[in-house]
Design a protein around this ligand. Structure first.
Ligand code: FAD
Ligand code: FES
Ligand code: FES
Length: 490
């Protein structure tokens, strides 16, 4: 058992034997290290002013990711190298990204600038070259600037992110990798005492054991929800069990018929595998939060939080996914829709862990569509999310699995509409339009700050109608950007 947290910062290993389990990385940086270059804006993962980079070993190489330091708990950086805005220039020489920001007038008041530079710094190392404007939009999806406007920042990024990578970090990468390798070891971590701790088990057995002994502990995955309990609800979490180092929860297994995603797989890492199932899942994942949120947030966390507006649940329910849980020596699984019991209540006992999700692949004769409706393209939670899987047989709908988020207290199937669509001929738009009316029986949505009940009803119907129109192969253009990324003529 290790009793300390270890990570690399400014070229040295930092070892901390005690810290408050609720302490965020941003608080540690600004208040304990006086590293105030990293800014605090929203303190909830939305603005990106607090963006820092974490380097971790993945597939035998250093991999950089941008994260929101405001909602990341300090304990979550164990085993990583932390890089902040103060680390970028070398002996007074600015990093190529910083230099480009000056040359292209990419900053005015400057408050957003450190976060933006850090997102671009990660892209400088990780993005395909040369950076396209579309790729830039994605790189900056988690950073807001309220005065400069994004065009000069885009110009700076696209001028700097081309050609070979040439900075001090690349030059020093072998030594940095060596330092991180030396930090990786397989012991459990516990910092604190029985009544108040930050724990980081290294194996599934240790996780199941500590979760059983402390069923009142908060399970922490990526922290993109839990972090906000601390910074916005001002919760004081006494016992935190972080799942980030547990071996065996972070893998993706693919068979001919299914995809199995471990609970701790981040959205970023899950994206290629999900995209391979259907192009709509790629679009959905691209619109999931921001680069920073996708780098930290996990598939398991998105399901375990039971949110009625979480994006993965409707998509995976429509695909017929099964969620897997473990408590002590007991293992069970259930159809994902059965996991969501009522608002805020899931079929998960205290001390029980979501270990993964199994997703059947689409078979011959199946069509899938998913639509996320939110006010912004990036970094926005759905007002309504709809995902639909149709099994087609000689021009008729043999089976429809229709799942919605934002329409009830839980993500749920539209069973009356599913029944009404069964056996309907695709070339009979009157028949399937009539079936859409059954959504009224399935859902009584509420009005809240995201959308009115009436808007939700209309949108739920419209997106299902759009899916049917597309699957029926009608001539009408239904999208601005087509599923394969081709722009429709009109
Ligand atoms: C700025 C921002 C944008 C966001 N955008 C989106 C979005 O577009 N779409 C969307 O769906 N969500 C969005 N979210 C919500 C959140 O990011 C996701 O729900 C994310 O997947 C949560 O995963 P996590 O790993 O961060 O969970 P955590 O915050 O670590 O945990 C969430 C909950 O699940 C529990 N938990 C986590 N893992 C397990 C496990 N393996 N077993 C049992 N319980 C577990 C925790 O105890 C906690 O109750 C956004 C959040 C932020 C801050
Ligand atoms: S301070 Fe706004 S994202 Fe962290
Ligand atoms: S320069 Fe002022 S917010 Fe971006």
């Amino acid at each position: 058992m290790r009793r300390s947290l270890r990570f690399v910062f400014r070229g040295k290993v930092v070892e901390l034997n005690s810290f408050d389990p609720n302490l965020t990385l941003l608080e540690w940086l600004r208040e304990e290290r006086r590293a105030t270059g990293t800014k605090e804006g929203c303190n909830e993962g939305d603005c990106g002013a607090c963006t820092v980079a974490l380097a971790r070993l993945r597939d035998g190489r250093l991999h950089l990711q941008p994260v929101n330091a405001c909602i990341l708990l300090l304990g979550q950086i164990d085993g990583a190298e932390l890089i902040t805005i103060e680390d970028l220039s070398e002996g007074g020489v600015l990093h190529p990204i910083q230099q480009a920001m000056i040359e292209h007038h990419g900053s005015q008041c400057g408050f957003c600038t450190p976060g933006i530079v850090m997102s671009l710094f990660v892209a400088y190392h990780e993005a395909e070259r040369p950076l396209t404007r579309t790729a830039f939009d994605d790189v900056l999806s988690g950073n807001l600037c309220r005065c400069t406007g994004y065009r000069p920042i885009a110009d700076a990024a696209m001028s700097a992110i081309r050609g070979a990578i040439d900075d001090a970090f690349a030059a020093d990468s072998a030594a940095r990798q060596f330092r991180l390798e030396a930090l990786q070891e397989g012991s459990d971590i516990l910092i604190g005492h029985e009544a108040r701790f930050f724990a980081s088990p290294a194996t599934l057995e240790s996780l199941l054991d500590i979760a059983l002994r402390h069923p009142d502990a908060t399970l922490l995955a990526g922290g993109t929800d839990v972090g906000l309990w601390v910074t916005k609800k001002l919760s004081d979490l006494n016992k935190i069990i972080w799942l980030g180092r547990v071996r065996g929860l972070g893998g993706i297994e693919e068979t001919e018929t299914a995809l199995k995603i471990g609970a701790m797989v981040t959205h970023d890492a899950a994206m290629p595998a999900l995209a391979a199932l259907d192009p709509d899942l790629e679009t959905l994942m691209r619109r999931f939060g921001s680069r920073q949120v996708r780098a930290s947030g996990t598939v398991g966390g998105n399901l375990a939080n039971g949110s009625p507006i979480g994006d993965l649940a409707p998509a995976l329910i429509a695909l017929g996914a099964t969620i897997e849980l473990r408590k002590g020596g007991l293992m069970r699984s259930m159809p994902l829709e059965s996991f969501f019991l009522s608002y805020g209540k899931q079929a998960r006992e205290a001390g029980e862990i979501v270990t993964g999700i199994s997703i059947p692949k689409l078979k011959e004769g199946m069509a899938f569509r998913a639509f996320k409706i939110s006010k912004r393209f990036d970094e926005d939670i759905s007002a309504v999310m709809g995902a639909f899987r149709f099994t087609l047989d000689q021009g008729t709908i043999a089976e429809a699995r229709l799942a919605y988020g934002g329409m009830a207290g839980v993500p749920a199937r539209a069973r009356a509409t599913e029944a009404a669509l069964a056996g309907v001929a695709l070339d009979d738009p009157h028949a399937w339009t009539a079936a859409l009316k059954h959504l009224e029986e399935d859902f009584s949505p509420i009005s809240d700050m995201r959308a009115s009940a009436d808007y939700r009803r209309k949108v739920a119907r419209a997106i299902l109608g759009k899916a049917l129109l597309e699957v029926a192969g009608g001539a009408a253009s239904t999208r601005i950007i087509a599923r394969e990324g081709v722009v429709h003529a009109s």
